[in-house]
Design a protein around this ligand. Structure first.
Ligand SMILES: [Zn+2]
Length: 517
């Protein structure tokens, strides 16, 4: 969208038409035209230029949708259930703590979010590839990664109110009950990895784990991927997938759950370049969430303090978000140094590994790369941006939820690329053969463009349909009326501005494509 800017050059004011253009990671402003020295003249000229460029420019969000409406986490959970976004898992049997099912709209939203992540990090770049590792893998992976011995919490129970929780080892003496402030009783060590067994006979079977994170599959596949994809440092391997943690107290709707999905990226760099790349990824990830529709006023970067850092982490920055239940971590970006590849490598003593790794006698492969100049082999450092899909969905729903009292409606102002349904096509009269027939043709034309779901709403009441689609975040409603039968033009209504415009058949296709660009 073009906009007018005023520039002062040696004390005099000049007006220019500028445009925001995306170049790789950055959004840059570029001058499109010089508009003269007078604001009124400039506005006129700008209009003319915009008209020439595109006859029906899309007007993005304005006036009606401003701040999201405050909502509690319980209200949001109710809304999600009522509208088909998220249900308690196995609800007809009473549900199960920490497990959730995504409904017909929720699964579209989740897929759209993952698609946006995959597109931005893999398809739009040359230096990152994706893998899809298995959920259950060789249990030696979790021994070498430190999860079997080190991924341990202390289970505790309040002596007074019997609230159950978990604490870190070093917090045991000082921790007090979250609920009533009384002392905790130590219930013993507890590993949050879910276990299962491979093989049918219990005595012969191997104990295995459901992965507690996706990252380790990236490390164990490091050498194969690097060689097959012919990658040179710096480069990344990314993965979206399910992970499982047996949380003692799952809570706050889909915020803390036992089965979740991660969007993880391991970006491998030369030692010494790690600080620079850590900073790069913190900025990049922060801006990505803003691009998904999160207001930066509800985001905050938190430098994890030295005494809170995991032993392998040189630095971690958490992207914090004001969730309905409080400010908590949306994503963490950690500098994990050479700990991961160092832990999984064969012949550790051949390398100058800087982090404290456990001895590994099981690995068959050196996870190292060669320096071109001095021919020395070394273990790369890794920067890890790790985001939770469920937390992202929770933040985005919270951002989008808006009660528009002035127009007595609820609007889910999701960014169009995330909306579960892209457009609803509504015949003016229900079951009118000609109108419905025409609406079906338009729906199928839009569907073929392949941007997402398009729905036919054959229920007659236009106003009700608008409200219903506002509430589930459908950006465009397209009404087919008797005029359509003559000239194929339709009325297109924008969810956020509620503005309506009449478009011809070709204009509609063009408008629809541009809208979701
Ligand atoms: Zn208590």
């Amino acid at each position: 969208m073009a906009f007018i800017v005023k520039k002062k050059i040696s004390g005099k004011e000049y007006y220019y038409l500028q445009k925001s253009i995306r170049e790789g990671d950055k959004v840059k402003s570029k001058v499109v035209a010089y508009l003269g020295k007078d604001l009124q003249e400039a506005e006129k000229k700008a209009e003319q230029i915009k008209m020439q460029e595109s006859p029906k420019q899309i007007e993005k969000k304005q006036e009606t949708i401003n701040e999201p409406t405050e909502i509690t986490i319980e209200e949001l959970a109710n809304f999600c259930k009522r509208k088909g976004f998220i249900y308690p898992s196995g609800e007809i049997y009473g549900g199960l703590g920490g497990f959730w099912d995504f409904g017909h709209l929720g699964s579209e939203l989740v897929n759209n979010l993952k698609k946006a992540w995959h597109n931005y990090h893999i398809q739009q770049r040359d230096d990152i590839v994706a893998i899809d590792g298995s959920i259950i893998t060789n249990p030696k992976v979790w021994e070498a990664s430190g999860h079997v011995s080190g991924f341990v919490d202390i289970a505790v129970e309040c002596k007074k109110c019997h609230h159950k929780s978990k604490v870190d080892k070093h917090e045991l003496d000082t921790a007090k009950c979250d609920k009533c402030g009384s002392e905790y009783e130590n219930k013993g060590e507890f590993n949050p990895m879910f276990t299962t067994q491979i093989g049918p006979i219990k005595e012969d079977s191997t104990k295995a784990y459901l992965r507690p994170e996706t990252a380790q599959l990236i490390f164990t596949n490091f050498k194969l991927v690097q060689e097959n994809a012919r990658l040179q440092l710096p480069f990344g391997i990314a993965q979206i997938g399910k992970a499982f943690r047996n949380e003692i107290t799952p809570r706050n709707f889909i915020f803390r759950v036992r089965e979740f999905e991660q969007m993880e990226l391991e970006f491998f760099v030369e030692p010494g370049m790690d600080d620079k790349w850590h900073k790069y990824w913190v900025e990049s990830r922060y801006n990505w969430w803003i691009d998904q529709g999160i207001d930066k006023n509800r985001l905050e970067l938190y430098d994890v303090q030295k005494n809170e850092l995991s032993h392998y982490s040189k630095a971690t920055v958490d992207i914090m978000y004001n969730f309905p239940h409080g400010k908590e971590e949306l994503e963490g970006i950690a500098n994990r140094t050479d700990f991961d590849l160092g832990s999984h490598t064969k012949n550790q003593e051949d390398f100058n590994i800087s982090s404290k790794v456990m001895k590994n006698n099981n690995s068959t492969t050196k996870l190292a790369v060669q320096n071109f100049e001095n021919k020395n082999w070394f273990i790369p450092y890794v920067i890890e941006p790790s985001a939770g899909v469920e937390r992202g969905v929770l933040a985005l729903l919270n951002e989008a939820y808006n009660v528009d009292e002035k127009n007595s409606r609820t609007v889910l102002a999701l960014k169009p690329h995330l909306s579960p349904i892209k457009a609803a096509v509504i015949p003016l009269k229900r079951n009118n053969k000609q109108l419905v027939g025409q609406a079906k043709i338009i729906k199928s034309d839009l569907q073929k463009i392949g941007l997402g779901r398009v729905m036919l709403e054959n229920s007659g009441n236009i106003g009700k349909n608008y409200r219903r689609h506002d509430e589930i975040g459908t950006p465009l409603c397209i009404t087919v009326d008797f005029e359509t039968l003559e000239d194929q033009s339709v009325t297109v209504r924008d969810r956020d501005t509620m503005k309506q415009q009449r478009l011809g058949p070709e204009e509609l296709i063009k408008y629809y494509q541009q809208y979701f660009e």
